[in-house]
Design a protein around this ligand. Structure first.
Ligand SMILES: Cc1cc2nc3c(=O)[nH]c(=O)nc-3n(C[C@H](O)[C@H](O)[C@H](O)COP(=O)(O)OP(=O)(O)OC[C@H]3O[C@@H](n4cnc5c(N)ncnc54)[C@H](O)[C@@H]3O)c2cc1C
Length: 313
């Protein structure tokens, strides 16, 4: 018989570790399954300056503190194990991983998502040293500097506007000659004197010494290339939430982020979502842990109610 947990949490980023803390501290049998190591995106973040109470902390240090805190209350964490499918069966969920199978009364999906990469030389090398995928997280590091934003959808246009709070100048590079972004965002952009749009152009390479100091542009109409001095390169060409393992196809927005109510419950009973894979305005550590708190405590209430009613296996 597959092991039965009251809560199974998918992913051990800030949201998953927080849900694990609240689940185990509520004396619920709680398991976190993580395909990599605990910490999620924190492990790719050099410095964090906007997590309340931590004026300046490395991503690794915060990840270690979050993991230790969750473990203190007895949560089980399986690492290096990827969840491949989750489906509802009676009142329970069947969870299949690449190594094993489990059953759960509730699921808290906290598997985050992945920012789409440009795939150019220098992008990986300078990640966290000039290359960023998050304006709220990293914009303040580029005060008074030249910023280049890549993309043409809502995120690129909105974040280019936001980044003018910091950059002396913001260049928005788009491979076409019109944006996909909403008209209202475009109107704001075209009225902003700090922004210059560079149409029909792609970034071919990101260059620098220890940190980014220039990019190589290629104009797709003329084929011309030129170097463009810049200290920050913000890439907004898509963000894919990790929901591929959910067989019940819960409701989601047009980009695939799961839609929940204010208890963080999806339209699949017993399936909760928290953090970056949830449809919401911002993706930050603070709201990932906030979502996860609600999700775990709402799961506790759901479990209590279901047990009272009589659980159907
Ligand atoms: C470079 C960078 C810098 C950032 N800087 C900041 C900052 O300064 N301040 C801030 O507030 N926010 C910052 N953010 C955003 C912040 O990191 C995220 O909002 C936060 O990590 C979201 O937490 P999460 O738990 O929802 O998801 P994640 O951190 O993405 O964690 C999800 C976890 O789920 C795991 N997973 C995925 N699929 C599966 C599966 N099938 N089976 C098992 N495990 C799975 C992943 O391996 C991962 O560990 C930054 C993000 C990046 C990328």
């Amino acid at each position: 018989m597959k092991e039965l947990y009251e809560i199974i949490i998918i992913g051990a980023g800030p949201a998953g570790l927080t849900a694990g803390l609240y689940g185990s501290r509520s004396n619920l049998r709680t398991l976190i399954i993580e395909k990599g190591l605990p910490g999620g995106q924190l492990l790719n973040t050099e410095i964090i300056e906007d997590y309340t109470g931590f004026e300046h902390v490395t991503g690794i240090e915060l990840a270690q503190k979050m993991e230790a805190h969750a473990r203190k209350f007895g949560v089980e964490i399986k690492t290096g194990e990827e969840v491949k499918s989750i489906r509802r069966s009676g009142d329970l969920f069947e969870v299949t991983t690449d190594e094993s199978a489990y059953r759960a009364i509730t699921i808290v999906a906290t598997a985050g998502g992945t920012a789409q990469k440009l795939g150019v030389v220098g992008e990986e090398e300078f990640a966290g040293r000039g290359v960023s995928y998050c304006a709220v997280c990293d914009g303040a590091f580029f005060n008074g500097q030249v910023i280049t934003v890549v993309g043409g959808g809502d995120a690129a246009v909105e974040e280019a506007n936001y980044l003018t709070r910091f950059g002396s100048k913001v260049y928005l590079v788009h491979r076409r000659n019109e944006f996909r972004a909403q008209k209202i965002l475009q109107d704001q952009l075209f009225q902003n004197p700090k922004i210059e749009v560079i149409w029909d152009t792609v970034v071919e390479e990101i260059k620098g010494d220890r940190e980014v100091d220039r990019v190589l542009f290629k104009n797709l109409k003329t084929g011309d290339t030129r170097e463009h001095p810049t200290q920050g390169v913000f890439i907004f060409i898509g963000f894919k939430p990790n929901t591929y393992f959910l067989d019940d196809h819960p409701a989601h927005d047009e980009s695939g982020h799961l839609i929940t109510n204010d208890r963080m419950e999806t339209n699949v009973p017993g399936l909760f979502a928290a953090g970056d894979l949830r449809a919401q305005l911002v993706r930050q550590i603070t709201n990932a842990v906030g979502d996860a708190t609600v999700a775990a405590l709402a799961a506790e209430k759901y479990i209590t109610h279901l047990k009272h009613k009589g659980l159907k296996e």
